[in-house]
Ligand binder design. Structure first.
Ligand code: SF4
Ligand SMILES: [Zn+2]
Ligand SMILES: [Zn+2]
Length: 297
């Protein structure tokens, strides 16, 4: 098949837009959508310091690469990367080495923090008794370190590599659970006291295209899956959405677009932020989730 914008061979067929694209036009298309969203949601402002949450998986690797490419001629901006080593044996070592390689090549300051140094334990050790809770533990503790590290570095924003699949799954999950508070917190530009605001420049890029973008740019792409991968509900929703997308191309974009349309009616989350009595980090209760999960007395 030929690219619809030039005569070169196509590397992808985007069913949702009925377009065949060659390597260069595919890369251009991905970067155009990212730039559009960064502008539309005012993700990055003049003179800002952006901390990129770099797990070393394909999404965050592509995110750091593309932000560096788009903004390399903007001396007013500063990008840095933060990697959290949760202590997942046989998995995190690979992604960590990819993160070190890419930040070295791009000359980006790289900060590595670990559960071990922060909490004197590892995710593997914590989940020995509660394997089902791996993702909850991982998510809460990682968010805690990430926020603390970004704040200490003086970052204005944390960029995370959530792609269209992640976003549409989360939206649907929150609809199904009736979790309006979480839906509100997903609104771009949500500000919570003590929390460094998060931006998601890849929110309009399908997961497969993020992987292809990495591959086309010779990025160190790891397709390894975390041994604890995903909650049961998220996995069900992922499969369901992927099936819908095959039968009804554009479903994931419709979910995202529908959410954006109703978001005008959602007031920003008014969760009262309080500072934890144990660790002084922001949260919604007297004792924060991190301290509760770690059983801090
Ligand atoms: S799949 Fe779960 S345990 Fe593994 S890195 Fe992701 S959130 Fe953490
Ligand atoms: Zn082309
Ligand atoms: Zn706490």
């Amino acid at each position: 098949m030929k690219c619809q914008r030039c005569s070169k061979s196509a590397v992808i067929y985007q069913k949702y837009s009925n377009a065949h694209l060659c390597k260069n036009h595919f890369i251009e298309d991905v970067e155009r959508k990212i730039k559009r969203d960064i502008r539309k949601f005012k993700m990055i402002g003049k003179g800002e310091k952006i901390a990129v949450a770099l797990s070393g998986g394909k999404d965050s690797i592509a995110l750091l690469y593309v932000l560096h490419k788009i903004f390399k001629n903007r001396p007013d901006l500063e990008f840095m990367a933060i990697t959290i080593d949760e202590g997942i044996k046989g998995y995190r070592e690979h992604t960590l080495s990819h993160a070190i390689k890419l930040t070295g090549e791009l000359g980006i300051r790289h900060i590595i923090r670990s559960f071990e140094e922060e909490f004197k334990t590892s995710l593997d050790a914590l989940t020995r008794e509660k394997e089902n809770a791996a993702c909850t533990l991982c998510g809460v503790l990682r968010k805690n370190i990430l926020n603390k590290a970004a704040r200490e570095l003086g970052a204005d924003k944390i960029a995370i590599g959530h792609n269209l699949d992640d976003e549409s799954q989360t939206i649907l999950m929150n609809y199904l659970r009736g979790d309006v508070d979480r839906l509100k917190r997903m609104l771009p530009g949500t500000i919570q006291k003590g929390m460094v605001p998060r931006i998601k420049p890849l929110r309009s890029i399908p997961e497969k295209e993020v992987a292809l973008y990495g591959f086309m740019n010779n990025l160190p792409v790891s397709m390894d899956e975390c041994p604890y991968a995903g909650s049961a509900l998220r996995n069900e929703i992922r499969d369901m959405l992927n099936n819908y997308e095959v039968k009804h191309p554009g479903t994931k974009y419709s979910l995202l677009g529908g959410y954006e349309s109703i978001s005008g009616f959602l007031r920003p989350a008014d969760t009262q932020i309080v500072f934890c009595e144990k660790c002084n980090e922001p949260g919604s209760d007297r004792i924060c989730k991190t301290c509760r999960l770690l059983g801090r007395k």
